[in-house]
Each structure stands twice: as structure tokens, then as C-alpha cells.
Design a protein around this ligand. Structure first.
Ligand SMILES: Cc1ncc(COP(=O)(O)O)c(C=O)c1O
Length: 444
């Protein structure tokens, strides 16, 4: 069993010589459109550490973009996936079904918000889940329009590119995009013109007004929103925004879809981020953290909505692959056993304490926000104008990387440094990672 020592170790310049050799092969063989945050090649990973092929051990504040919440080699995930691999790798659920798929759907019905009858369908990627949520909502309502939000991110397939807000790098040159997608404002408290305290009510009124006047509520199949926006900059919609939109959807026969692909499965300190304001979505999309690193995604929701699509209308060759389902059952077991929602809340306390102190010290940090182990700082050139500081953000990330801390950036303006450690990270590594960030800020 792979047990990666839980300590940072930097023994070469990063990337080291073996990574550099692999990078040369990669450049020759892999399309340049597929990027990497850090050109160090992984050898093994687990807990809060990624070890590279040169023997360097990096503190992981990225979790492979919010995936390895239980760690990248969690015992229950490896054990169950390995046992399933030995039994069979694939039959295709659409040809001959198997129990693991059904069991994952049962767990999803228990864990997702709301006590109504629920059903699920399984897919391979987050984007595929979002696409299918839209198909299901259109099938159920007989309507076509889909409402999405400023700063939203939903994937890289044709429909999900249309749902995604940011042009570079996700959309530029890849059009034409799918029709009947409408974007409305989101409650971005830090940048709301009349201040964060007015943001929830004002932004929801604006969004609802635009939907009513520009699209017509009766034409809208679905409102699709991330309850805590991910790629767009870890934006927590100001209080009141999500409940107001959910109520508007309910009153107008619109399917309310929570995209919890990044925020779900304990990441924000609850099983799902929408629970924070008691919002019960009609459909919820999940992926990433669900299966401890294996590719799996789901749409879960009200049974009558999920059953609107005709038999054969949903699916895919690999959707709900048996090894991925076994891994998901192992990941869910781990989340329950280790009480990972509580671990995420503890990470929030530690991180926000340190980051808020840094905000007092450095004007560069305009905002500290997020929940659980989904925390970010937004960097600005001037606190008054809030002009984004993408260059400083990139420099800070590079300094962290050089010191052996894996961090990611995000945000429509490229000025958000985000922290997504595995929920199982040790507190010593968490503090050490924050020390590295603090030193990097001081040097900047
Ligand atoms: C909120 C959200 N939706 C959808 C996706 C797309 O998921 P995938 O990359 O698995 O297609 C992502 C990925 O980052 C996401 O964060």
C-alpha cells in the first residue's frame, strides 16, 4: 500500500531533471491546448502530499482541482476499486447492469438535500452531468431557455462552454455556441456597487427582473447555478440570493439546478454547499469529490423530473463505470467515517484566521472568502478601486510552487488564489503551507 510520507521535501529545483525530461516528451506528444499548473510529473500522492518523479514532495492545496477530498490514495477507495477491477472492469450499465451503480444512486438520494423521492443518473465528467441536467429539465418542462450567471463555470463541452461565462481560455475561438442560454448578474458581494450588505436583495431583484422581462419565465426550463462559484473566483453569492432564485423558480415551474461539482461532497463544510441557506434544489449535479479521483459524475433530483426523459434518452458507454462506482462507495464511506464536513470546517477556521491576519498586513489582499476547504484570496492593485492584480497573483502562485506548495489561481480577472486542500490534510502541513504563502507575500 502506497503510504506517502506526510512531509514537504524539496530536493531539486522545480521542475527537477526527470520532470524536465518528461516535459520535453510531453511537449512533443501532447497538444498544447491541454495545460498544466506545474510541470512536475507525479509519482505518487496521498493525504496532503503529491510526490514527484524526482523525489520532491509538494504540499497539496489543490486536490487535483477539488477532487481528492479523501486523499489521492484513500484506503477504502483503493480497496474497493481494486476488488472491483479484479471482478470485472466494464459491462456497460445499459447492457447488463450491476449493483454498484444502484448503490451509488441510493447513497446520492440519502445524502443530497431534501426528503422527497429522488433518482439519479451517472456519467463520466462534470460537464456531462451538467449537459444531462439541462436535457432532463428541458424534457420535463417542454421549455428551452437556460439561465446562467456572470462568473459561472460549467465545463468545456459545447453546451457547457455556452453556460460558462469566461472567454479566455474556455471559449475563445471555439464557437458557435449552443442557443437559448441567457446570462444574468450574480450576487458578488465584494464587487457589488452599493456594497456587500445590499448585494443579496439587489442582485436577486436584478436577475429576476432580467429573466422576467428579457426571456419570459414561462420559456425557462432551468436556472443553473453554482452555490459557491468555483472557477469564476470562489464567489459566495450574497445571503438571500440563492433562496430568492430558488423561490422564483418554484413559483414559475422552472427547474432549479445546483451545480455542486466543485462545492459538493463535504468540500464547503457541509455535504453540499446549498444546505448553508437551506436551499433544496430540484436537480443537483455532482462529480470531482464523489469518487476519490476516479471519473464519475451524477445528476440527482426529484424523481418525477428525473423520470421525464424517455427510456434510452440518457446514458453513455462508460457512465457509472463499475470501478468508479466502487471508488465512490469507498470515498463516501471515508467521508462519513472521518467526518470530513467537520474537517473542512476546521480547515476554514485555520485558513481564515491566518489569511485575515495577512489581509490586515498586505493591501494586496482585497478579500478573503469561501467556506470549508474552498477558500480564496482576491488580489487587487488598490483597495479603493479594487483593480484586479492578475500579475501579482501569478507571481505569488509561482513563488509558492517554487517552495513546494501546490496552489491554483482562478477568477474572471485571473486575480484569485484559491486553496482546495484534501480534507484529510494534516494540520501541520496546512500551517506549513500557509507559512510558505506568508513568506511569498513578504517577498513580493
Ligand atoms: C462547478 C463546475 N461545474 C462543472 C465542471 C466541469 O467538470 P469536468 O471538468 O469534470 O467536466 C467544473 C469543473 O471544474 C466545475 O467546477
Amino acid at each position: 500500500m502506497n503510504a506517502v510520507p506526510q512531509e514537504r521535501r524539496v530536493v531539486t529545483a522545480l521542475p527537477g531533471p526527470t520532470s524536465q525530461e518528461l516535459q520535453a516528451r510531453r511537449t512533443a506528444a501532447v497538444a498544447r491546448g491541454v495545460g498544466s499548473v506545474m510541470p512536475v510529473f507525479a509519482a505518487r500522492a496521498g493525504g496532503g502530499i503529491v510526490e514527484d518523479v524526482d523525489g520532491n514532495r509538494l504540499i497539496d492545496f489543490g486536490s487535483g482541482i477539488a477532487v481528492t477530498s479523501v486523499g489521492a490514495s484513500a484506503e477504502a477507495v483503493v480497496r474497493r476499486a481494486a476488488a472491483q477491477l479484479a471482478d470485472f472492469t466494464h459491462t456497460c450499465f445499459m447492457v447488463t447492469p450491476y449493483e454498484g451503480y444502484v448503490e451509488v444512486c441510493e447513497r446520492l438520494a440519502e445524502l443530497t438535500p431534501g426528503d422527497h423521492a429522488k433518482k439519479s443518473a451517472l456519467f463520466n465528467s462534470g460537464a456531462e452531468a451538467v449537459e444531462n441536467a439541462v436535457k432532463i429539465a428541458r424534457s420535463y418542462t417542454g421549455r428551452q431557455a437556460v439561465v446562467v450567471f456572470d462568473h459561472g463555470y460549467h465545463g468545456r463541452t459545447n453546451l457547457t462552454m455556452a453556460l460558462t461565462a469566461k472567454n479566455m481560455p474556455y471559449k475563445n475561438g471555439f464557437g458557435p455556441f449552443a442557443p437559448e442560454i441567457y446570462r444574468v448578474p450574480v450576487a458578488y458581494g465584494y464587487r457589488w456597487p452599493t456594497g456587500p450588505e445590499n448585494c443579496g436583495p439587489e442582485a436577486s431583484a436584478q436577475a429576476i427582473d432580467q429573466i422576467s422581462k428579457q426571456i419570459g419565465a414561462e420559456n425557462v426550463a432551468a436556472i443553473v447555478i453554482e452555490p459557491l462559484l468555483g472557477e469564476g473566483g470562489f464567489i459566495e453569492p450574497a445571503k438571500g440570493f440563492l433562496p430568492a432564485l430558488a423561490a422564483f423558480a418554484r413559483d414559475n415551474g422552472i427547474v432549479f439546478v445546483a451545480d455542486e461539482i466543485q462545492s459538493g461532497f463535504c468540500r464547503t463544510g457541509r455535504w453540499f454547499a446549498c444546505e448553508d441557506e437551506g436551499v433544496v434544489p430540484d436537480l443537483i449535479t455532482t462529480a470531482k469529490g464523489i469518487a476519490g479521483g476516479l471519473p464519475l459524475a451524477a445528476v440527482t433530483g426529484r424523481a418525477e423530473i428525473m423520470d421525464a426523459a424517455h427510456p434510452g434518452g440518457l446514458g453513455g458507454t462508460y457512465g457509472g463505470n463499475p470501478v468508479a462506482c466502487a471508488a465512490a462507495l469507498g470515498a463516501i464511506e471515508t467521508m462519513k467515517e472521518l467526518d470530513l464536513p467537520a474537517k473542512a470546517r476546521r480547515i476554514e477556521t485555520v485558513m481564515k484566521g491566518r489569511l485575515s491576519a495577512l489581509r490586515e498586513k498586505y493591501d494586496l489582499i482585497g478579500d478573503v472568502r469561501g467556506r470549508g476547504a474552498m477558500i480564496a484570496i482576491e488580489l487587487v492593485k488598490d483597495r479603493r478601486t479594487k483593480e484586479p492584480a492578475p500579475e501579482a497573483t501569478a507571481a505569488l502562485a509561482a513563488a509558492c510552487h517554487a517552495a513546494g506548495l501546490l496552489v491554483l489561481t482562478c477568477g474572471t480577472y485571473g486575480n484569485v488564489l484559491r486553496f482546495l486542500p484534501p480534507l484529510v490534510i494534516g494540520e501541520d502541513l496546512l500551517e506549513e503551507g500557509l507559512d510558505i504563502l506568508e513568506n511569498a507575500l513578504a517577498d513580493l
